[in-house]
Write a protein that binds this ligand. Structure first.
Ligand code: ZN
Ligand code: ZN
Length: 361
């Protein structure tokens, strides 16, 4: 990310304060702080004002903050709230926006109860998240690298799959390869679930060994250069039954239909509907219990949501997943997931891993 990119993001926020009738915006949510400043520390508050910004953090981050951001930093010796309040007072700020979904009640109270006379805190929901939805070319490049690392880690770990391998050992292999290939860490807890447990959309890997005749779901993501990837692929140990093959075909067709429906201007509900329609044709729509996808970037789940009730219009440069699935108790679950970038006419599927059901003989 160029220094200018962070500065221009802060400028966008500074320029938007007046129309929101704010003197300042207090940003406390780490991914939003990182988006606006480049600072990756776990403790920080950013005060964005029309003419300047101040980033507050504690002495643990004194060196790091100077390395990571061009933003003016203030090292608070005590509680961050005290330093922030002192600045509010000194700069005579009256209307201060804050992120209600991102601040603890405790922190809010500690600010509110010590505000100077006539100063007020105003909730501002989702503003920075809104800006984060459309990715810059540099962000797309990072997501692309993260996707590539994720896919390569999958290929390296898949060769070791055999009957008897524990779910948690496969998860460990996947994560090991991710890190060896340059990822900072997984973007969420890797999902490996075999047999009937594959019907749990968010199954955690257990010590259970993979068995012959198991459907296995692998849902994995990396964080590289701060940006997430997300992919789900299915494996089968032995010979898949006609029922498995049919369900797999249904999910694959649904996934391809949803990808086809993606383009700038398309409504998120329409993309979700495209996947649901295909599954309905297989009488599997009731088994599709989650939404078709989600945005991703600095966080693994961020706006927009691609679901039934989501009426947002997709925009060029959004990074989203497309991941329909069906889950049948006692039988198992099937999900196929790619990371894609919305373009004017359609989308670019970043995930290059084959979408064939991996049959492990
Ligand atoms: Zn996933
Ligand atoms: Zn996902």
């Amino acid at each position: 990310m160029t220094v200018n990119e962070f500065e221009s993001r802060r400028q966008t926020v500074a320029d938007g304060l007046a129309e929101r009738e704010l003197d300042a915006l207090l940003v406390s949510f780490s991914p939003n702080l990182r988006y606006l400043t480049g600072f990756t520390g776990s403790s920080g508050n950013l005060l964005v004002m029309p003419e300047k910004c101040i980033l507050f953090t504690d002495p643990r981050y004194q060196i790091q903050v100077a390395q990571e951001t061009t933003c003016q930093a203030r090292i608070a010796k005590g509680a961050l709230s005290v330093a922030v309040l002192a600045a509010i007072k000194r700069l005579r700020l009256k209307r201060i926006g804050y992120e209600p979904a991102r601040m603890t009640c405790d922190y809010f109270e500690s600010l509110k109860s010590h505000l100077p006379m006539r100063a007020t805190l105003k909730p501002v929901a989702g503003w920075i998240e809104e800006l984060r939805m459309v990715k810059s070319p540099d962000e797309v490049a990072r997501i692309r690298r993260s996707v590539e690392t994720n896919s390569r880690a999958f290929e390296l770990a898949v060769v070791g799959i055999r009957v008897g391998l524990k779910e948690q050992d496969l998860a460990a292999e996947l994560e090991y390869h991710m890190r060896r290939l340059g990822a900072e860490k997984p973007s969420f807890e890797t999902i490996v679930a075999g047999g009937a447990r594959s019907a749990l959309p968010h199954a955690q890997p257990t010590a259970a060994p993979l068995k012959a005749g198991d459907l296995v779901v692998v849902d994995m993501g990396a964080i590289q250069d701060g940006y997430c990837s997300d992919m789900t692929r299915m494996l089968f140990l032995g010979r898949p039954t006609p029922k498995v093959k049919r369900a797999y075909r249904a999910v694959l067709e649904a996934q391809l239909a949803a990808i086809d429906a993606v383009h700038a201007g398309a409504s998120t509900a329409r993309v979700d509907g495209a996947a649901r329609e295909v599954l309905k044709g297989y009488d599997l729509d009731k088994a599709f219990v989650h939404s078709t996808g989600h945005g991703l970037g600095l966080e693994i789940h961020e706006p927009p949501r691609i679901g039934k009730r989501d009426k947002r219009k997709l925009q060029t440069g959004m990074a989203i997943t497309i991941e329909p699935g069906v889950y049948v108790e006692g039988f198992g679950g099937i999900r196929i997931e790619d990371t894609v970038i919305v373009t004017e006419k359609g989308c670019e599927v970043l995930t290059q891993t084959s979408k064939d059901l991996r049959v492990i003989a």
